[in-house]
Design a protein around this ligand. Structure first.
Ligand SMILES: Cc1cc2nc3c(=O)[nH]c(=O)nc-3n(C[C@H](O)[C@H](O)[C@H](O)COP(=O)(O)OP(=O)(O)OC[C@H]3O[C@@H](n4cnc5c(N)ncnc54)[C@H](O)[C@@H]3O)c2cc1C
Length: 431
């Protein structure tokens, strides 16, 4: 069957849904084609009453993603994680995490001289200019801060918290600094009911076709023909928001090289439904790339005073290596074996497919839009300024073709059903 629409969006993750919401609110008939269910890596799953994101998901309110939501009139509902209660683990012992002056003075993670020096660096951080670090690697920047080993380890851990990135050799220091500034200035939110809150809020006013994998996109006679199972979708414009470079390349008539895109960020994730709020509940590894957070206590993600806890290891290895360390970190965060009511172990999740690299000019050196056989890109990405790679993560490219633009033929055909939230709406959780 031939189906007509003004704008077809390939991919129903946050990038695609944001692009679709923007197009649809601008008056275009819009159709999202999603291979699986809406949400992509921002999907939320309900199990035994617990509402899980894919591991820990914090919305960076002050970033481009927050701005995109605001422009659509979407106000995220949730609560900030209690940073003051965060602990750092080093050699198996727990200490106050020096995120603010109070804990910095009292923590036993650092010696007196390290505290003074770190206080100076953290105090200067908001005023440092990311663009002054263009072309500098994060490693070189950190070395230039001239911190003692203990304070250097704390800064690296905070950086991991903001980027999920364990290695600092390639990441541009401008991106690292910008991310740390974003976290401290705009703050982050854990969302009530999980990130399905965003999926539901975005999926209004257009159709989402689920279980609809797109096979190819071909420009033809002033429009695009999109092969989707038995159907052919004919669109004036196409937004490709397929998530990964590989999925995107597979759709393009002239696949771009992109061989220099590297630096994939992965995480091994243990999602837990827990009987009661654990103590301390929030533990960032200082000498290990581990992190445990009680996400569904500030945000409503569990019934009856139960909570959702996410434990993760930045840089996934094998399941056999990672599972025991995740369990050990879970116990360190206060989740005893008998308190675990439900669990899900995701051996390796891709958090980001690439990162702004120092050698390619950092943030400014990120890839520009390319033609890729689809005509000129007319809009850049819809992006969420989050863990270190805003443009390549929650990103969508809108392509239009240059030759003789013409309106799509025929009337748009209503397709599929409107996306519905796979889990409870945020408003169903009492605060
Ligand atoms: C463990 C983990 C923790 C994270 N933590 C955070 C966090 O704290 N804060 C934050 O901001 N971000 C976080 N992220 C990243 C965030 O989830 C992603 O950046 C964001 O969801 C990506 O959205 P996207 O739309 O670009 O891509 P995706 O979510 O990957 O969506 C792409 C969609 O395209 C679909 N698709 C692909 N190919 C086709 C095709 N041929 N036809 C039809 N559909 C297709 C896929 O099925 C998918 O649904 C985290 C990610 C992970 C994995």
């Amino acid at each position: 069957m031939d189906l007509h629409t003004d704008i077809a969006v390939v991919g129903g993750g946050l990038g695609g849904l944001t692009a679709a919401a923007t197009a649809s609110r601008g008056g275009a008939t819009t159709l999202v084609l999603e291979a699986h269910l809406p949400g992509g890596r921002a999907r939320t799953t309900e199990r035994d009453g617990f509402v899980w994101n894919l591991s820990s998901h914090a919305l960076y309110c002050g970033g481009p993603g927050g701005a995109a939501l605001a422009s659509l009139g979407i106000v995220p509902i949730g609560a900030a994680p209690p940073l003051a209660r965060y602990l750092g683990s080093s050699e198996g012992a727990l200490h106050r995490l020096p995120t603010r002056p109070g804990p910095l003075l009292r923590t036993r993670l650092l010696g007196a001289r390290s505290k003074a020096r770190l206080a100076g660096v953290l105090g200067r951080l908001p005023r440092m200019s990311p663009s002054a670090l263009e072309g500098t690697s994060t490693r070189a920047w950190l070395e230039g801060l001239d911190l003692r080993t203990d304070a250097d380890a704390v800064v690296r851990a905070l950086l991991r918290l903001g980027t999920y990135r364990a290695d600092v050799d390639r990441l541009g220091a401008d991106a690292a600094l910008a991310q740390m500034q974003l976290a401290s200035s705009g703050g982050v939110l854990y969302l009530d009911g999980g990130w399905a809150q965003l999926t539901a809020a975005l999926s209004d006013g257009f159709h989402v076709r689920t279980s609809a994998p797109v096979g190819s996109i071909v420009p033809a006679a002033g429009r695009f023909e999109i092969a989707c199972g038995e159907d052919r979708v004919i669109a004036r414009h196409v937004v490709v928001a397929a998530g990964s470079p590989a999925a995107t390349r597979a759709l393009l008539p002239d696949p771009p090289d992109w061989s220099d895109l590297d630096g994939t960020v992965t995480a091994a994730c243990l999602d837990l439904g827990v009987r009661r709020p654990p103590q301390p509940g929030y533990v960032l590894g200082i000498d290990t790339p581990l992190y445990a957070t009680t996400q569904g206590l500030p945000a409503r993600q569990a019934p009856n005073r139960q909570v959702v806890v996410a434990v993760l290891r930045c840089s996934a290895r094998s399941a056999a290596e990672d599972r025991p360390v995740l369990d050990a970190h879970r116990r360190l965060a206060g989740v005893a074996d008998e308190d675990v009511l439900a669990e899900r172990f995701l051996t390796s999740m891709t958090v980001a497919w690439t990162a702004p690299r120092a050698t390619l000019g950092g943030l400014r050196g990120r890839r520009r839009s390319q033609r890729c056989g689809l005509g000129s890109p007319i809009s850049k990405s819809v992006s969420v300024g989050t863990r270190a790679t805003p443009r390549c993560r929650w990103g969508a490219e809108l392509f239009t073709k240059p030759p003789t633009p013409s309106r799509a033929e025929g009337r748009p055909v209503p397709l599929g059903s409107k996306a519905s939230s796979p889990v409870l709406r945020a408003s169903t959780w009492p605060r």
